[in-house]
Design a protein around this ligand. Structure first.
Ligand SMILES: Cc1cc2nc3c(=O)[nH]c(=O)nc-3n(C[C@H](O)[C@H](O)[C@H](O)COP(=O)(O)O)c2cc1C
Length: 277
């Protein structure tokens, strides 16, 4: 699906609530084959169109990037505020971002060098060690997108965005006041990813130890103290310049061996025939 002309699109409708639904096949029993579920048969029939298999060593890197970033979706976006040794402030969004460890709480951000030399974010974090990761919400996605501009080193993106600096507790880099969920991070490790053919550094993987979490009280789900997705209204990234919202979801219990093991044979095969159910 190619993105249609922007001018022909309806106005954005803000996420006003997070809509829970049943899971796609809520009556599913373990081992039940996909073809026996309401939507599953049609899904598998589409396989008749065949497959495209790409050998990454034979394809143009940009094409591989476009394919991978359209397939690895939705991606969270870490909006990173950093500061250089000489005090230049920097702001940029990164969707190669995630949580990598529970205890200690560690996040990862990958800054690619493919389009130009080391990005200011990687350079700043390596030298001053501290940064903040700000989660972007729908009301200020345009401002955050502006920060992806390729300003030269030493030119701050902050004034271009219209966003507001707020002080951090542990790191020098500011946090974004408009962000309702912010992680203050300390550099834990940086990994230089080298291209196997040229040996040149093509990306810097930053591992950040989360020292403080700032949560705006209105986004906190009161019973658990976690984040209410309907209140945070976080924006994610799909392929190219496409963003996505999080307006709904469903729950599925995590299976445990305690619950299922007794129903399985010793070799892990099911004792009951589920192939036709
Ligand atoms: C939504 C979004 C996500 C992005 N994700 C990444 C990413 O994960 N890694 C990366 O190197 N660049 C990413 N970029 C591009 C950077 O934001 C851009 O190169 C920016 O200018 C880097 O800024 P800096 O040099 O000030 O660090 C992304 C851009 C956008 C708009």
């Amino acid at each position: 699906m190619a993105a249609p002309q922007r001018s022909s699109l309806p106005p954005f409708s803000p996420t006003t609530e997070f809509k829970f639904s049943k899971s796609p096949n809520s009556g599913w029993q373990y081992g039940q084959r996909i073809e026996t579920t309401p939507d599953g048969q049609a899904w598998m029939e589409r396989e008749e169109d065949g497959w495209t298999v790409i050998d990454t060593s034979k394809e143009d890197a940009k094409k591989i990037y476009n394919i991978m970033s359209s397939g690895i979706i939705p991606r969270p976006i870490g909006f990173v505020s950093s500061i250089s040794e000489d005090g230049y402030e920097n702001l940029a969004p990164f969707s190669w971002f995630n949580q990598a460890c529970l205890d200690p709480p560690i996040i990862t951000v990958a800054c690619s060098n493919n389009s130009r030399p080391t990005k200011d974010t990687a350079r700043n974090i390596k030298s001053t060690k501290g940064f903040t990761v700000n989660i972007i919400s729908e009301p200020w996605i345009e401002q955050a997108n502006m920060a992806s501009i390729d300003t030269p080193y030493g030119v701050s993106e902050w004034p271009l965005t219209g966003l507001t600096k707020a002080p951090s507790i542990h790191v020098k880099a500011a946090r974004v006041k408009e962000s309702a969920f912010v992680l203050e991070c300390e550099l834990y490790q940086d990994v230089e990813i080298k291209h196997p053919k040229t040996d040149g550094v093509v990306s810097t993987l930053i591992l950040g130890l989360v020292k403080y979490i700032h949560m705006r009280n209105d986004i906190i789900e009161p019973t658990k103290g976690t984040v209410d997705p309907g209140k945070l209204r976080a924006v994610g990234r799909l392929g190219g310049v496409t963003y996505s919202t999080v307006a709904g979801g469903f729950t599925i219990e995590r299976p445990t061996w305690k619950d299922y093991g007794a129903q399985l044979g010793e070799d892990g095969t099911t004792r009951i025939d589920t192939s036709t159910s």
